[in-house]
Write a protein that binds this ligand. Structure first.
Ligand code: ZN
Length: 226
């Protein structure tokens, strides 16, 4: 799902019609892809916008992690000049990154996991959780500890909550065994079939896509054209 952005200043920049090669590859009208059909419509519509990501609030949310390790890790630049759409732009992660090239440092790290969220205890839903550095390290320590891991152990659940202190947001992760889940949270653990169904739907592709050279070029140009 590409992120839509419009850039603040300099909207008079030549549009893609002039800067992009004329023959942009067209989508092949080939066999039904994972994004065609009504089934995909329902699935993707349900993931549109904010529903894709796990929302962590001050009330602890019960989650079940269904990946043994992050399916994606990235760092992102923060570009305040982007007016609409995500101001967070995935760093290319190499010395070629155009934003790094103009001296902008990536500010955010995310380790991405598929989780089943019990935000609505009646309707558990698949979400992408972008964990920051501290939580990602806690998760790694649990994952690699043979007594506590792996993360996707059938009997393992977590609660995640955040607190806001002055300018800093802190996250609190707690590990809960399935046998204690109902007593501690009021939520019944999923059975094996339910978990299997979520696992079949989990994401494996990066959710935060890279901007290509042309898009990065436009962005860098708006930043330098002050
Ligand atoms: Zn970069």
């Amino acid at each position: 799902m590409p992120e839509q952005r419009t850039f603040g200043r300099r909207r008079s920049l030549p549009a893609k019609t002039t800067s992009a090669p004329k023959e942009s590859p067209k989508a092949e009208p080939g066999p039904a892809s994972e994004s065609s059909g009504w089934g995909a419509m329902d699935k993707l519509a349900g993931q549109a916008g904010g529903d894709l990501y796990l929302k962590v609030s001050e009330d602890p949310t019960v989650i079940k992690i269904i990946d043994a390790d992050p399916f994606d890790n990235y760092v992102a630049h923060w570009v305040e000049e982007i007016r609409e759409g995500s101001k967070s732009v995935r760093c290319w992660g190499t010395s070629e990154c155009p934003l790094c090239g103009i001296g902008d440092k990536p500010k955010k790290f995310a380790a991405c996991f598929n989780v089943i969220s019990f935000e609505d205890p009646e309707v558990p839903e698949l979400r992408v959780w972008e964990a920051g550095v501290k939580i990602a390290r806690q998760l790694r320590d649990i994952a690699l500890d043979e007594r506590r891991g792996p993360l996707d152990r059938a009997d393992l659940y977590f609660t995640i909550a955040r607190t806001q202190k002055a300018k800093a947001t802190e996250y609190h992760l707690e590990r809960i065994r399935a046998r204690d889940l109902a007593e501690e949270t009021g939520i019944e653990p999923l059975d094996e079939d339910e978990i299997t169904q979520f696992v079949a739907e989990r994401r494996t592709e990066p959710v935060k896509e890279l901007l290509d050279s042309a898009e990065m070029g436009d962005l860098v140009k708006t930043l330098l054209d002050d």
